[in-house]
Design a protein around this ligand. Structure first.
Ligand SMILES: O=C1C[C@@H](O)[C@H](O)[C@@H](O)C1=O
Ligand SMILES: [Co+2]
Length: 300
């Protein structure tokens, strides 16, 4: 199976070098080492990490010289629990920064009541939204889509472990409740982690594929998921133990994932986002390994 390199671009996230959610992981890795190794491993896109210069005039030349483009950056929304204007105000700043950097997509996650950064068992205490909260979230994202369109950009929702939009049913509900200009950021690792089956990943992907604006590729180590469940561990404890890994190194079969995207004529970025402890999983070596895996599977 081959994917069209004119349509599908490959990026990698800085989270494997320095983890912004767990800053002690990879604190020794510098911004320049990170982006140099991304380029050396054969990637042309990156998301934005905390160590990246936040002035586009400083950041852009440092990426241009390495042949790297910014394709997205995480944005947290709080529509269920805070006044809409608060999220909107922050979103406009974020949108304008990404627009200046040349990105076309803004990947957002609804973080009201999220436990992803808390010391709570990830499989037992995820939030559930009331119908009233769902309505606020949907209205908020419809507004973000309009604001993104002002700059020719797309807003996309990242379904995420430990949030109110984690499972296939919740993701589906979100997509049904929002307008057609609200897109999905599909993350293979989060869907597999939530449901534990290849089938659920493929089913959601097939159902939503025409609404996907951005893809995060990550794999899952099933034996670590079992420990997380058994010992009632938090999301970040799971990350430290290696619940996520690079595509090709875990339980997920990526052949059907690439096939579904290709058959739907997916156009956009696929970003390897495999957060692990860099002391145990050398980020450059893992980047090179997964770049080879993706080339073998897709021809990209
Ligand atoms: O897109 C993501 C951003 C990270 O901060 C997050 O926790 C990770 O798991 C992810 O998928
Ligand atoms: Co992700």
């Amino acid at each position: 199976m081959t994917m069209n390199p004119e349509k599908v671009k490959l990026g990698i996230a800085p989270i494997a070098w320095t983890n912004d959610d767990l800053p002690e992981l990879g604190k020794e890795n510098t911004f320049e080492q990170c982006v140099s190794e991304m380029a050396l491993a054969g990637f042309t896109g990156s998301e934005v990490g905390n160590k990246y210069p936040n002035d586009p005039e400083v950041l852009k030349p440092k990426l241009d010289i390495r042949g790297i483009q910014i394709c997205n950056a995480w944005f947290s929304t709080f529509f269920a629990t805070r006044p809409q204007e608060e999220t909107i105000e922050e979103f406009i700043k974020h949108r304008d920064f990404l627009h200046e950097m040349g990105a076309k997509v803004i990947g957002c996650s609804e973080q009201s009541y999220s436990i992803q950064g808390l010391d709570k068992p990830i499989f037992d205490e995820k939030p559930e939204f009331t119908e009233e909260e769902w309505a606020k979230v949907a209205a908020g994202y419809n507004k973000l889509a309009e604001l993104a369109a002002e700059k020719g950009m797309k807003v996309s929702l990242h379904h995420h472990m430990g949030t109110g939009i984690q499972t296939p049913e919740e993701t589906d509900k979100f997509m049904e409740m929002t307008n057609d200009d609200v897109y999905l950021l599909f993350d293979s690792g989060h869907m597999y982690y939530s449901e534990g089956t290849q089938e659920s990943v493929e089913k959601l992907l097939t159902k939503c594929v025409d609404q996907i604006a951005h893809v995060h590729l990550k794999d899952v180590r099933e034996e670590v998921v079992a420990e997380v469940k058994e010992d009632k561990l938090s999301f970040l404890e799971g990350v430290k133990m290696g619940v996520f890994t690079i595509p090709g190194d875990g339980a997920i079969d990526f052949d059907p994932i690439f096939k579904i995207l290709e058959e739907a004529d997916y156009e956009g970025w696929m970003v390897v986002e495999a957060e692990q402890d860099p002391a145990k999983a050398n980020p450059f070596e893992y980047a090179v390994q997964t770049r080879g895996f993706i080339e073998e599977k897709t021809g990209l």
